[in-house]
Design a protein around this ligand. Structure first.
Ligand code: CTP
Length: 402
């Protein structure tokens, strides 16, 4: 883990802890200016490893070559404008730039700097050069910077960066997709979470969707350069960096938000779990018990958001992806259930997964099969972050085939 000299170096301590908690061995290579923000003792104590800045320490072990050669991943957070410039021009004037030149593993840079520096033509050109060479440069987050100013330039949340690192370690090909920005120029919309249908001001009918898959899809698309809108039903989690979050509550709200967002979208993924039924009439006041009797609910069907998007589609190149969480039924295979749903919904791809018996909801891993009218890919098991990239691969291939 490289650390360059920016105030966000303090957040890298949290990132380091997360990487260690996941069981990785981390050697920290700060630049000299990084040490003015966080001292060597902090990095050494947290990582449990020696920390050097220059190439001259332990020269007999040739650390300036070994560290890069032996790493499975080089992650620089924060990467300052100066570090990015030195990396782009191939300088080798400290240990970190030597590591970058000798690394043959995936390299991820997480820039953090003032907005003016990030948008400067020199930095834009340097980032483009690094991406062309296969370096995954994560766009910075937008928000409050060191002073009173705000804008793009914040280091993304350490949890987000740890998720990117885990995904790239899991599948190094994802760094290539991120570096080439293969979804750049595309507008994508993802729905996530589970809707709530209110019975009265305090009670609702809902489901156990965690929103994790939708979050992974949004994060993956943004990493690959797409413009991303996440329409989220009742998910209490900050949006991934650079993603526009639109909260909704009920299936009706979700349908309204999706139909507007989809009019300008190139790729749409319905990962949300909308309620299929809603109370025929919600009570304005809290429903009271009356005696010892039960309560009969009168429910009506909600409209099918995905089928509505298929019917309203005007751009023939737009790709619509649905999800189907199915429980196995005696006599019918999961794929048969999925095929029937794909035909009924009329979408282009259907991501099929098995639920029930504690599977899927709220877990960070899943097993999916991607169905298209002409075939099936899978089943593939993996983290939701990794599966999200496979879903975008399939959606992009579908779009390019048109
Ligand atoms: N979906 C939707 N609108 C609904 C219900 C579901 O757009 N009112 C979408 C989901 O987001 C998902 C896909 O349709 O992408 C399949 O959802 P699922 O609940 O499996 O299908 P249903 O149509 O509800 O069918 P079932 O009767 O099997 O529940």
């Amino acid at each position: 883990m490289g650390v360059a000299g920016g105030i966000a170096a303090y957040k890298a301590c949290e990132l380091l802890r997360r990487l260690l908690a996941e069981g990785h061995q981390v050697r920290v290579v700060p630049t000299a200016s990084a040490l003015t923000f966080v001292g060597e003792a902090t990095w050494a104590a947290l990582s449990g490893q020696p920390v050097h800045t220059e190439v001259w320490a332990d020269a007999h072990q040739v650390p300036h070559v070994q560290l890069g050669q032996q790493a499975d991943l080089v992650l620089v957070a924060p990467a300052t404008a100066d570090l990015i410039a030195r990396a782009a021009s191939g300088r080798a004037d400290d240990l970190l730039t030597n590591v970058l030149l000798t690394a043959r593993c995936p390299v991820v840079l997480a820039p953090a700097m003032h907005t003016e520096m990030w948008s400067h033509a020199a930095t834009r050109a340097n980032v483009a050069t690094l991406r062309e060479r296969g370096v995954l440069v994560v766009d910075p987050d937008s928000g409050r910077l060191t002073g009173a100013d705000s804008g793009p330039g914040r280091l993304p949340d350490p949890a987000e960066l740890a998720a990117v690192a885990a995904t790239v370690l899991d599948d190094p090909g994802i760094a290539v997709r991120g570096a080439t920005q293969d979804l750049a120029g595309l507008s994508v919309v993802v729905s996530a979470g589970g809707t709530r249908e209110h019975l009265d001001p305090v009670r609702f009918l809902g489901n156990s969707s965690s929103g994790l898959m939708g979050w992974a899809l949004a994060r993956a698309a943004r990493l690959r350069g797409a413009d991303v809108r996440l329409v989220a039903a009742n998910v209490d989690r900050p949006a991934p960096p650079g993603v526009t979050l639109q909260p909704v509550t009920s299936t009706t709200d979700l349908g309204a938000a999706m139909s507007v967002a989809a009019t300008t979208a190139d790729l749409v993924v319905m990962a949300a779990a909308p309620a299929d039924f809603t109370p025929a009439a919600a009570s304005d006041t809290k429903i009271k018990k009356s005696g010892t009797g039960g309560l009969q609910l009168d429910l009506v069907q909600t409209s099918d958001v995905l089928a509505g998007l298929v019917a309203a589609r005007t751009d023939p190149r737009q790709v619509l992806v649905g999800f189907a969480a199915e429980t196995p039924t005696p006599g019918t295979s999961l794929v048969e259930l999925g095929r029937a749903k794909l035909a009924r919904k009329g979408c282009d791809l259907l991501v099929l997964n098995e639920v029930g018996h504690g599977r899927v909801f709220g877990q960070s891993t899943s097993e999916i099969t991607v169905l298209s009218p002409s075939g099936a890919a899978g089943p593939v098991t993996g983290t939701k972050d990794r599966l999200a990239h496979l879903i975008w691969d399939a959606a992009l291939a579908e779009r390019l085939a048109r």
